[in-house]
Design a protein around this ligand. Structure first.
Ligand SMILES: Cc1cc2nc3c(=O)[nH]c(=O)nc-3n(C[C@H](O)[C@H](O)[C@H](O)COP(=O)(O)OP(=O)(O)OC[C@H]3O[C@@H](n4cnc5c(N)ncnc54)[C@H](O)[C@@H]3O)c2cc1C
Ligand SMILES: NC(=O)C1=CN([C@@H]2O[C@H](COP(=O)(O)OP(=O)(O)OC[C@H]3O[C@@H](n4cnc5c(N)ncnc54)[C@H](OP(=O)(O)O)[C@@H]3O)[C@@H](O)[C@H]2O)C=CC1
Length: 523
């Protein structure tokens, strides 16, 4: 029998936040800060919760911070009106305004914010020992353990985690399976991907087949209109972007924080071996096979070219399993990291509550409300539904957005409690992300890959191989997006230009002329 823990529920307006990740903790902190008299309860399935430290605003919309995993006393010390319950929420009853917890408690709420996060979307759940996902500290531990005896690891996926892992892993061969024709396609077009390829090769030549990143002269299919470009180092023509199709361009513990991989040893069984990455482009994993199946199907393992072949006698090497790719090749491997995106943690919850969802994400309106009355959602678990005008913000499951959404949901909950509505927070006007890939600072602003623009845009490019890659997307003479790789120092100016929607037609090619101090231009 469930026990209500807040008996005086009619009198107390209790804000309940579920989830101890960045979104949930930011929501609880913001509620506490804005209303120190409010009763706030944070329910977290994980014992440790996330807290944002060293927060700094880089520009109006870009923010940098560290994420620490702390015990709950860290939060309750700084927010004395927050109590934390370490349990799993099993169901929600919006009619009665009650949630049920795994420990048999029932908890009533005035407003509820669900910050349940997401978990890895694996290519298959049929091989839990061979196919792993990375999300929290525990899963990184599993990765390290498996790596220590691994000779060859297959990484599937072409987004954030895969891009970080291929750069960090050493001591084994990495077979990177991407379904696109260039690497890191969630974040970069083919030009930027080419800029990064030398970094992949630094510790041993990366080989690859069929992709533009590795095959600079790849034929172009469609060409957007381009006005000009700066190519400071003419060696790598592929990186100029000219003639490229630019339309290509998004219960565990809480997700890891920035720099999760630094300081963590990710070394395979051969400590002497550096980075050794082989990329298979334009394909996916078709199936996994054990050695019996390999024999019965008379399949032959594909040999890896380059350094690996010198050290592996392929006839004698046996592998725990084999992957058959959709391009027909078969590779032996020790294990697979499926870095193939995330699934919001709502599936069980959805059995208990009538609530709108989109691809398992809880649909929220511009005041972070779900379709269930007094139930809000923030972070990876939600799917935003508001139209972005101008069209320069979109959702991506990132910690900056988790933090912003958590804090904004708190503001909405308090405003609605007072019978007020609230206008969409400024941070949702412009997509802004700062991160590090392949050792380079990366800033993404607005429609950085011309998302949603069709072919109605122009590009400006400035590239210095090994130093910087600057791409600007213009529509009708106005800047709508930018990719800044390296220490370009352009983020603030470009952010202003995108937000101001200034007509830049008259500046023409001077906009990216490296000999002009662009900041002075617009002061
Ligand atoms: C390896 C990795 C690297 C990343 N790198 C970056 C990066 O460089 N930059 C970036 O911006 N983003 C990055 N991200 C994404 C970022 O970490 C997430 O977008 C963000 O942390 C999501 O926060 P959240 O609070 O929404 O969800 P989570 O951190 O997943 O937290 C959800 C919380 O809810 C709890 N929970 C779930 N269900 C229940 C329940 N029923 N009852 C109670 N509690 C429950 C979970 O235990 C967890 O504490 C990375 C993610 C990963 C996995
Ligand atoms: N520095 C950063 O900003 C980082 C951010 N993150 C975030 O963490 C979360 C998890 O990262 P990650 O798992 O890399 O997710 P991402 O969404 O970044 O990337 C997933 C990738 O896997 C591809 N994919 C999906 N299904 C398959 C499949 N069956 N076979 C092959 N490829 C497939 C996707 O292609 P398609 O898009 O075509 O479906 C996409 O390229 C994301 O929200 C990500 O944004 C993670 C690490 C670093």
């Amino acid at each position: 029998m469930a026990t209500p823990i807040n008996n005086n529920m009619a009198a107390i307006k209790r804000y309940v936040v579920v989830g101890g990740g960045i979104a949930g903790v930011s929501c609880a902190e913001q509620l506490s800060q804005m209303d120190p008299t409010a009763h706030i309860t944070l329910v977290s399935a994980s014992k440790l919760i996330k807290s944002v430290t060293n927060f700094q605003k880089v520009t109006r919309t870009l923010e940098l911070f560290d994420v620490e995993e702390t015990d709950v006393s860290h939060l309750t010390r700084s927010c004395s009106n927050v109590t934390v319950i370490n349990s799993h929420m099993t169901s929600v009853n919006p009619d009665q305004h009650i949630i049920h917890l795994h420990n048999s408690q029932a908890l009533s709420y005035h407003k509820l914010c669900l910050c349940l996060g997401a978990r890895p979307k694996l290519i298959t759940r049929d091989h839990p020992n061979d196919v792993i996902g990375i999300r929290d500290t525990e899963s990184v531990g599993t990765l390290q353990h498996k790596l220590s005896s691994a000779r060859r690891v297959v990484i599937v996926g072409n987004g954030g985690i895969a891009t970080e892992l291929v750069y960090e892993l050493s001591g084994c061969t990495v077979l990177w399976v991407v379904k696109d024709s260039s690497i890191s396609s969630t974040f970069f077009d083919e030009g930027a991907a080419s800029f990064f390829l030398p970094s992949l090769r630094t510790q041993g030549e990366a080989s690859g087949t069929g992709g533009s990143g590795a095959a600079p002269d790849e034929t172009v299919k469609t060409k957007p209109l381009k006005r000009m470009r700066y190519l400071l180092d003419p060696v790598d023509q592929s990186a100029s972007g000219e003639g490229k199709d630019d339309t290509s361009g998004t219960a565990m513990g809480s997700a890891l924080g920035p720099d999760w991989s630094s300081g963590i040893k990710m070394i395979g069984n051969n400590k002497e071996k550096g980075r050794n990455v082989h990329v298979e482009y334009n394909c996916e994993v078709e199936r996994l096979l054990d050695s019996q199946e390999m024999k019965s199907l008379s399949l032959t393992e594909t040999l890896l070219s380059g350094t690996e072949n010198e050290s592996i006698d392929s006839d004698k090497t046996s592998w725990p399993f084999y992957v058959k790719l959709t391009n027909g090749k078969v590779y032996g491997a020790d294990f697979i990291v499926s870095a193939t995106g995330v699934i919001p943690n709502t599936d069980r919850l959805l059995d208990t509550i009538d609530i709108s969802k989109d691809d398992l994400g809880l649909v929220v309106d511009e005041e972070m409300r779900t379709s269930a009355v007094d139930v809000y959602a923030a972070g990876d678990v939600c799917t935003t539904s508001w139209p972005s005008v101008p069209n320069t913000w979109f959702q991506m499951r990132l910690w900056s957005q988790a933090r912003q959404m958590g804090a904004y949901a708190a503001k909405c909950m308090l405003a609605h409690s007072g019978g007020e509505s609230i206008t969409l927070d400024f941070c949702f006007e412009l997509f802004a992300h700062v991160t590090t890939f392949f050792g380079y600072k990366v800033v993404l602003l607005g429609c950085y890959n011309a998302q949603g623009l069709g072919k109605d845009y122009e590009l400006l490019l400035r590239i210095t191989n090994g130093v910087e890659y600057v791409k600007v997307i213009l529509q009708h003479g106005r800047m709508v997006g930018a990719i800044l790789i390296g220490d370009t120092d352009l983020e603030e100016t470009f952010e202003n230009l995108i937000l101001n929607r200034m007509d830049l037609t008259r500046y023409g090619e001077n906009l990216l002329d490296p000999s002009i101090d662009i900041e002075d231009y617009f002061d």
